[in-house]
Ligand binder design. Structure first.
Ligand SMILES: [Mg+2]
Length: 268
């Protein structure tokens, strides 16, 4: 892993994929500096795509109101993109089956089993806004927070009931099917820009902060961790190629400033 200064700011880098929680946001909050960094990036004709496990309801808002080209949500189940010309929100579902009542019945069945077997965990507070995921809270609002070991046990329960499951820093997410964030990024690149993976690699950068970003660090050659990734590095097989000096949204702004070849206003 190398300092960000060693990543050559190159005009050929045209697409910025970014994680939201603790990468774009700072201790759970959105900062004007981070939004301004996105605006400067896109003002030069470059693309910005948020990649998150957050729910469809939140992604609807992100796609409509943030300065981004698309958001990939619920761990790659879909992307939403706002089309200003037609004033419409485009929804592209990559997961199967279609979202709806039948899928919710299946998800509810797993939810009941998980909460019965792991009574100290709770349903995530954003579950109502999800289409594909079951999100179990182990460290966001539940007190005391559960350990990573307990979170992994919850993931195992989900897997035993037919779901794919992943542990993030706050939730255990489970879903039916094999969709994931990497596939969704590649599909977005192909359908939106007409790029295959080989064309895309030198033109894309991914930035994240945590263990659940590791598959994206492994997928993209130009991958960046914000500085708060440090405690997780020992647990990673595929760390990011570069690391920022600053944490969370300060690190995100540092990356954009660096890639645009701007002079940093304040040393991070
Ligand atoms: Mg994160």
């Amino acid at each position: 892993m190398r300092p960000l200064d060693e990543l050559k700011p190159d005009r050929t880098i045209e697409v910025l994929f970014f994680d939201i929680d603790d990468t774009f946001t700072h201790h759970g909050h959105l900062r004007s500096e981070a939004l301004a960094a996105l605006e400067r990036w896109r003002a030069l004709g470059r693309q910005a795509v948020a990649v998150t496990g957050r729910p469809a309801g939140w992604c609807d808002h992100f796609a409509r109101m943030w300065p981004i080209d698309a958001v990939i949500g619920e761990n790659g189940a879909f992307w939403f993109a706002y089309a200003p010309v037609t004033n419409t929100l485009q929804r592209n579902y990559l997961a199967y089956p279609e979202p709806g009542e039948a899928l919710q019945v299946q998800i509810n069945h797993v939810k009941e089993q998980v909460l019965a077997r792991h009574p100290t965990a709770a349903l995530a507070s954003d579950q109502a806004y999800r289409l594909y995921d079951l999100a179990i809270d182990f460290a966001e609002d539940v007190r005391p927070a559960l350990s990573l070991l307990e979170a992994e046990a919850i993931a195992q329960t989900m897997r035993s009931l037919g779901m794919t499951a992943k542990v993030s820093s706050i939730h255990v997410n489970g879903w039916f099917g094999t969709h994931n964030k990497q596939q969704a990024c590649l599909r977005w690149l192909e359908q939106t820009l007409g790029w295959d993976e080989r064309t895309a690699q030198p033109r894309c950068v991914y930035v994240g902060d945590s263990l659940n970003d590791e598959p994206m660090f492994a997928k993209f050659q130009l991958s960046v961790g914000v500085a708060n990734i440090a405690p997780f590095l020992g647990l990673m097989k595929s760390p990011p190629a570069f690391i920022t000096r600053a944490e969370a949204s300060d690190g995100f702004c540092e990356l954009v400033t660096h890639l645009l070849g701007e002079q940093a206003a304040i040393e991070p």
